[in-house]
Design a protein around this ligand. Structure first.
Ligand code: URA
Ligand code: SF4
Length: 198
């Protein structure tokens, strides 16, 4: 399942070419049946970091843009607190089609769609990748990693700097006084500092 995506993605010479190819992807039958669109991701022209989430939710599936629902609004607020705007960061997901009922993507789906993600990262060549939540962290740091242990510091993965943090949906679930909210706030400040923001 993985190979066709990786091969198609490798053949894309630009972000636009990849976006067009991904929009016609039909590799995951269950997601193809339920999605209304493929959420390729946002890549503002001068972004220097890439945030990677898990998969589109309902509002993302409706609008075609990543992190525009409740999680996205919290993300925007915490980015702003850290001195960053959405225009400073690209926002991608491990899986680009909404899983039915927002279930966690299967390993096969994450492995397949990871072919698009890997090529997107090659094309964008960000200074740092910031993973949001478990699915994205495990894609880079392996399945034995835990957020509690890995978050908040840089990991070097295949020559890339990876900062892991919680997903905004966890920050919402555990509330304003919960551990994930404080950690996400702190880690986005770390990201801003890495990019040279005050
Ligand atoms: N959650 C994600 O992981 N990604 C989105 O794009 C929206 C919600
Ligand atoms: Fe293709 Fe990714 Fe959608 Fe699966 S989730 S159908 S690999 S774009």
């Amino acid at each position: 399942m993985t190979e066709p995506v990786a091969r198609r993605a490798a053949a894309c010479p630009s972000w636009q070419a990849l976006a067009a190819a991904a929009r016609s992807c039909t590799v995951c039958p269950e997601l193809v049946a339920s999605r209304s669109t493929v959420v390729v991701g946002d890549a503002p022209a001068n972004s220097r970091a890439v945030l990677v989430g898990e998969a589109p939710g309902a509002e993302e599936d409706r609008t075609g843009r990543p992190f525009v629902g409740r999680s996205g609004r919290l993300l925007d607020d915490l980015l702003a607190e850290a001195g960053l705007a959405r225009a400073d960061v690209a926002v991608l997901n491990v899986v680009k089609c909404r899983p039915p009922g927002n279930r966690t993507p299967t390993r096969a789906e994450a492995a397949a769609c990871g072919g698009w993600l890997d090529r997107q990262l090659e094309l964008l060549a960000p200074e740092v990748v910031c993973t949001l939540g478990l699915s994205a962290m495990q894609r880079f740091l392996g399945r034995r990693s835990t957020l509690a242990a890995a978050r908040g510091r840089l990991h070097s993965v295949d020559g890339r700097d990876v900062l892991a943090t919680y997903h905004p949906s966890a920050a919402l679930r555990f509330g304003p006084a919960g551990v994930p909210r404080a950690a996400l706030r702190e880690d986005l400040r770390t990201l801003a500092a890495l990019l040279g923001r005050p």
